[in-house]
Design a protein around this ligand. Structure first.
Ligand code: PBG
Length: 329
């Protein structure tokens, strides 16, 4: 008899579809990236990221309270550092009263239970827009890793729950973990950007923080000597395994949409929580197409974020977090 099984039976109406749905996203899945600037009363839209903003500390407070009321319980902080505070070695990153340190305290005082993760990398502080210290035209590894460990301790002191090194230096997870342990921050976690690719999808983010690599002689114009080649897959597994061995609590794949294969592979291979980052360029593409009326914004938002979870993400960092939670609630 043809056919014994008709798969369309389980798609007949929304009631049965929702009954058999395998992947459901909830506010618990999301990590909200936030951009912080100096000043007062500032909420400025990022040109290449429509409806996404940089906040000064006073307005950051309102924003995190709103996130909390929507059920969003984790944020990932980034700071835009004024040019006059940038140098080659990121000295400002260690300032106990620096913007990041104050942002951590601001979030914690507005919402004590909000989980605060911080970006650990030099690029927002670097006159060269690189994630490491430059010597003779080279982004040096070990000195950078040592510096990132100091930076992590500084964030932990300010109250960060997790540090999130996004730099891709070798060995930095161990260096950071040891520094946190030595200073007594045994409960401060490390979310490692483990499989982070050298990607053109980061363009709008570099606008947001004014952190693009500079165009100067003897300075690399891209990040290909430390971020991964997008052609590689096994390398992502090696990177991730090393970060876990060095003490990463959470690992991450970045960008998201073009790397779902890597995400699934890492989820299958390892038993630590896996995060994915739907990066600025992914957000910008969807916004731009929706503005033109070429794509349905909300449907695409739901489809892409659900796809991350289906592909194995335990945590989704996304600029859509607030909008998606409003949509699904
Ligand atoms: C830099 C950093 C980048 C992002 C997060 N941390 C950009 C880069 O590596 O150049 C990108 C995030 C995004 O595009 O949304 N340490």
């Amino acid at each position: 008899m043809f056919p014994l099984r008709r798969n369309r039976r389980l798609r007949t109406n929304e009631a049965i579809r929702s009954l058999v749905r395998e992947t459901i996203i909830t506010p618990n899945d999301f990590l909200v990236p936030l951009f912080v600037v100096e000043g007062k009363g500032i909420k400025e839209e990022i040109a290449s990221m429509p409806n996404y903003f940089r906040y000064s500390l006073d307005l950051l407070e309102n924003e995190v309270k709103e996130l909390w009321s929507l059920g969003l319980k984790s944020v990932l902080l980034f700071v835009k550092v004024p040019d006059n505070l940038k140098d080659n070695k990121g000295a400002e990153a260690l300032n106990p009263n620096g913007l990041m340190q104050l942002a951590i305290k601001t979030v914690k005082s507005a919402c004590p239970n909000m989980l605060v993760m911080t970006d650990v990398a030099l690029d927002p502080y670097s006159i060269y827009g690189h994630d490491g210290i430059i010597e003779n035209g080279v982004i040096v590894n070990d000195d950078t890793a040592a510096f990132l460990a100091e930076m992590s301790v500084s964030h932990a002191k300010a109250g960060a729950n997790f540090v999130a090194p996004s730099d891709m230096m070798d060995g930095r997870i161990l260096t950071i973990r040891e520094a946190l342990e030595d200073e007594g921050y045994t409960d401060t976690g490390v979310m490692s950007y483990s499989a982070k690719y050298a990607s053109a999808f980061y363009g709008p983010f570099r606008d947001a923080l004014d952190s693009a690599p500079v165009d100067l002689e003897n300075i690399p114009k891209d990040k290909k000597t430390y971020q991964m080649d997008f052609a590689n897959r096994y390398e992502a597994l090696r990177e991730t395994e090393m970060d876990i061995d060095e003490g990463a609590d959470i690992v991450m794949v970045k960008p998201g949409m073009a790397y779902l294969d890597i995400l699934r592979e890492i989820k299958n291979e390892f038993d630590v929580p896996v995060a994915v980052y739907q990066v600025s360029g992914e957000y910008a593409m969807i916004k731009a197409a929706a503005e033109k009326g070429w794509l349905n914004h909300d449907q695409i938002m739901l489809e892409t974020t659900t796809a991350f979870k289906r592909a194995g993400a335990d945590i989704i960092a996304s600029y859509f977090a607030k909008d998606i939670v409003k949509l699904i609630s």
